[in-house]
Design a protein around this ligand. Structure first.
Ligand SMILES: C[S@@+](CC[C@H](N)C(=O)[O-])C[C@H]1O[C@@H](n2cnc3c(N)ncnc32)[C@H](O)[C@@H]1O
Length: 232
């Protein structure tokens, strides 16, 4: 079975969507990446220059150690070599030269406070308060509506009063063998809520300002539907 995280190797329309819809709205302040896996640095390319600090949380010590090593490796040259396509995209979006962006990103990774938080986010203290809680496919472990409400309540409790949760949930079309394997690894659940069920869960958790949008990416095969949320 291929490693789930190899999906980052290609810079697809879905990833451009995540950079635009989920990461660009992060205004700054203290950021928590919930369920960061070993790839939190990749998504941080989209916001780390604006952040005051980054806390990256996962229940896997291996993923957290891998991520810490990647963050340590983030020199300008390494970023340009590893992430040429996302950097070209972000430089064009911001109207800045790619080399200057790589310098700024490397400085941000080196200088801003970074904290690794090993935790089970369904039960453990999330720290904070944060200005933004980001979760890229991170809370997909919620196994039913009540569980999603409980996770959303914990996220809300870790936010500053004007803070926001931003994330994306990839919905599967059918429970094929790959979906089953992700469920078995704790990277996915069988719940697969509709956009309306997500909206209801965030409302039940006490969020007042809820935006949930859906976009379709055939390139993602059985995971074509991406549901983005921005709640405060
Ligand atoms: C589908 S992966 C997404 C990872 C990453 N954000 C990305 O963009 O690829 C879900 C991540 O959430 C973590 N995770 C799942 N349930 C968790 C829990 N209850 N507490 C903490 N982390 C959890 C997994 O270890 C995994 O790294």
């Amino acid at each position: 079975m291929p490693d789930y995280f190899t999906y980052l190797a290609e810079f697809t329309a879905y990833k451009r969507h995540v950079f635009r819809e989920v990461l660009a709205p992060i205004g700054g302040g203290d950021v928590l990446d919930l369920g960061c896996g070993p790839v939190g640095h990749y998504w941080a390319l989209g916001y780390i220059t604006r952040a005051a600090s980054l806390t990256y949380a996962d229940r896997s010590p291996t993923y957290l150690a891998d991520l810490a090593a990647q963050i340590d490796a983030c020199t300008p040259a390494w970023l340009l070599e590893q992430f040429a396509l996302p950097l070209a995209f972000l430089a064009a979006e911001r109207g800045v030269p790619m080399a200057a962006l790589a310098q700024d990103l490397a400085a941000a990774f080196a200088e801003k406070p970074m904290r690794s938080l090993p935790c089970d986010f369904t039960t453990d203290d999330l720290g904070g308060p944060y200005d933004a809680i980001l979760s890229v496919e991170g809370i997909s472990c919620a196994h039913d509506g009540a569980h999603l409400v409980a996770i959303a309540q914990r996220m809300r409790a870790a936010l500053r009063p004007d803070g926001a949760c931003l994330g994306v949930w990839l919905r599967f079309g059918h429970r094929d063998a790959y979906v089953q394997s992700l469920i078995a690894q704790g990277l996915e659940s069988a719940y697969n809520p509709s956009p309306e069920e997500m909206r209801e869960a965030f409302a039940a958790a006490g969020f007042a300002d809820i935006t949930v949008t859906t976009a379709t990416f055939p390139e993602n095969g059985n995971y074509a539907e991406a549901v983005c949320y921005h709640v405060r």
